[in-house]
Design a protein around this ligand. Sequence first.
Ligand SMILES: Cc1ncc(COP(=O)(O)O)c(C=O)c1O
Length: 329
Amino acid sequence: MQDACRRLGIGLRVHFKSLKCGSLAQYLQHRGVRDFLCAKLNEAEVLADAGINDILIANEIVTPLKIRRLVALARRTPVTVCVDDLGNVSALSAAADEAGVRLGVLIEVDIGMRRCGVAPGMPAVDLAREITRRPSLRFRGLQGYDGHLQLVNDPDERESRCRQSLQALDETRRRLEEAGIAVEMVTGGGTGTWEWVASHEAITEIQPGSFLLMDAVYHRVRPEFACSLSILATVISRGSGQYILDAGSKAISQDFGLPTIKSRPLEKLTKLAEEHAFVECAEPPAIGEQREVFPAHCCATMNLHRVVAAVRKRQVESFWPIEASGRYD
Ligand SMILES: Cc1ncc(COP(=O)(O)O)c(C=O)c1O
């Protein structure tokens, strides 16, 4: 991913909501990843604690309590946050004024996902004008995330819809520039659409996260990235044509579907109960044998655990705390 971004001359900002682990961010930083984004304030605070600077919160922060935490964080490190509402812009500006800090601001543009974001075009220009009038806010540019496209199965359809959604972002950027408003940064894309977003001229950086840990579902869509996250589970019971592992839905997220068993294509995980996984196979392994399970959703699986083992060539090198897991604050 890094090589491709370098070749294309654009930035790579890694999404910390997939990792949630400060040591993993530091590991990546030592390998040349400078920029991170996150979805939540607690993740931004963990990133700052890990020594990561210039953090993008790719989300709207609106409650007074959280805005206070946001400006407190901005005292420690440059922070940029997304906005899509004038009332929120005023609240951020007032809090930043009072705290004597300057907040970076990106306008989130809805490019088809229908989550957060203003409509493309003039609504973004109007909001940007308001932001530039507020000295404690620094307008930096646009975020347009195509989350609705990440897991579209057919790559041709995924590509054409991705390019279409990027047009809306590009058009918005052009309108801002025509209005005399400088756009320093246009960010978007995820693991499922990374290369089309990365090669679009409107974009200055991409913001994928899952490509690092990967999971069984994403791997079907993006086989160029291997799965590095697995749950080590033990066979605790066996029967005719089936065995049971000691890891269930409390250990492995199932919000995107069923996990798979690493390197065992003939062993089919059919069900996750709270504490058990049910696996069908012709010759069940012995009790006590272990299996690595690839989750169907890496981000939600990291959220279930407090510690991750960093393993290289089957040797555990470190145990890293997952500081931002189990939190949504
Ligand atoms: C705003 C935003 N950007 C980027 C991503 C990264 O997506 P992925 O994990 O598919 O790489 C997400 C994922 O939810 C997101 O919400």
